[in-house]
Design a protein around this ligand. Structure first.
Ligand code: SAH
Ligand code: SF4
Length: 403
């Protein structure tokens, strides 16, 4: 496409003929606009006033975005048409676009690879849990906070791909909004077919910050996204249903302890001593176990909330009875829960899952020492639902397309 300047300079053209401007690449205009999901609550009030609207329109706009989940300004029928048109001129709604959407064979897990406005790729996972003994049905979204990750854990597909960039608050929240849209669609179909009543269906119940990236290395944007998810007039997800997972950034764990939200904190421990932890997690050189555990103990004391420790079981690397015993000593007397996760082997990673006998023995040692624990079976193995694995595959396919 070629474009001509609407204001040709008569000094240089000399005639009324319009010179041809250099060829430009055609880009959909909408993709260049900033996302309204990146405008925080205060700024949204300001934008609304600037567009000549009364203040209560900001609340309506907020509700349309976060409560109703409008995907375009057109859908926001509570707002007057000229106001919607003015917004549409200046903003787009979501900053992320689904590229690949997969569902596991058992239908429990969806994984979406999203493209960001600058072409970066991130992953989001949706997990559906049925009624499980005393636990109610859940719909959990696992979200990314960075494109890539700088921390280089050896067993992690994201870590193997390096750091690309921070995600904005809107890019973080948009992942939950997308998955909530999927669930709402399913629920509406169940109600329409008479399979469930309106009050029997489950919306998104939990959000875990366990996708690509290190949330505490993107601290402010992560906290801003939490404020939006937790907002009573919008997504209204209780802080107790939000879990932030960290590789163990000590200063940020201390900062998090002073935040007003009753969040859950998960700490990726993965080894009970510096020697084995440093082998798989380079961050351990910066924040060794003693410093990390000191911060964890302070966190529990300040917040009076337990910490979840993630422990990826790597066959013959960190899963011996000696490792288990050391772990019991490390966690003694601390209000915590250990999630044991048999590793989801990555393409180029050297680690395998331990067999059931080894995992069971590890578990038994923790249980005997009175440390609450569960073995978490990863969902969606068949769709590469592990952290960073779908992006890795998509990039592989881009280089070497699948047959
Ligand atoms: N950066 C944060 C959150 C994202 S990773 C963190 O490290 O905690 C979320 C969880 O997935 C972490 O506990 C991480 O160690 C774990 N994980 C990474 N790669 C994995 C793999 N291949 N198999 C199983 N769990 C993995
Ligand atoms: Fe980053 Fe977490 Fe993966 Fe480590 S496990 S490389 S911190 S995303």
């Amino acid at each position: 496409m070629t474009t001509a300047s609407p204001h040709p300079d008569p000094e240089t053209t000399g005639t009324s003929e319009v010179p041809e401007a250099p060829a430009t690449i055609e880009m959909p205009r909408e993709s260049l606009l900033p996302s309204i999901l990146d405008v925080n609550e205060d700024d949204l009030n300001f934008v609304v006033l600037q567009l000549g609207q009364p203040p209560f329109r900001a609340r309506q706009l907020w509700r349309s975005l976060y409560h109703d989940g409008a995907r375009s300004f057109d859908e926001m029928t509570t707002l007057a048409k000229p106001f919607r048109a003015a917004l549409e001129e200046r903003y787009r709604v979501s900053p992320i676009t689904p590229e690949i959407e997969l569902r596991s064979a058992d239908g429990s897990t969806d994984k979406v690879l999203f493209k960001l406005q600058d072409g970066e790729l991130i992953e989001t996972v949706l997990m559906r849990y049925g009624l499980d003994g005393h636990r109610r049905a859940r719909r959990t979204v696992c979200i990314s906070t960075q494109a890539g990750c700088a921390l280089g854990c050896k067993f992690c597909a994201t870590g193997q791909q390096g750091f690309r960039r921070q995600l904005s608050p809107g890019e973080i929240v948009a992942q939950v909004l997308h998955m909530r849209g999927v669930i709402r669609g399913e629920n509406a179909a169940l109600v329409a077919s008479g399979e469930a009543k309106k009050d029997e269906v489950t919306e998104i119940t939990n959000v875990v910050f366990m996708g690509m990236g290190e949330p505490l290395a993107n601290y402010n944007n992560t906290m801003q996204s939490i404020a939006v998810m937790n907002h009573g007039q919008g997504m209204n997800i209780g802080a107790r249903h939000l879990t932030v997972s960290t590789v163990g950034l000590v200063p940020e764990i201390r900062k998090l302890a002073r935040e007003p939200y009753q969040l859950n904190l998960a700490v990726s421990l993965h080894a009970p001593d510096d020697e084995s932890r440093s082998r798989t997690m380079p961050v351990n050189k910066r924040y060794p176990i003693a410093r990390l555990m000191h911060a964890c103990r302070d966190y529990v004391e300040t917040t009076n909330r337990r910490i979840f420790f993630e422990y990826v079981l790597l066959d013959r690397e960190n899963d011996t009875p000696e490792h288990a015993k050391k772990l019991t000593v490390l966690l003694k007397g601390l209000m915590c829960h250990v999630n044991l996760i048999p590793v989801n082997p990555t393409e180029n990673g050297p680690y395998a899952r331990p067999n059931d006998k080894r995992s069971a023995l590890f578990r038994e040692i923790l249980t005997k020492a009175g440390i609450p624990n569960t073995v978490r079976q990863e969902k969606g193995i068949d769709i590469n639902a592990g952290c960073g694995q779908l992006r890795a595959r998509a990039l592989d396919d881009a280089v070497e397309p699948a047959e």
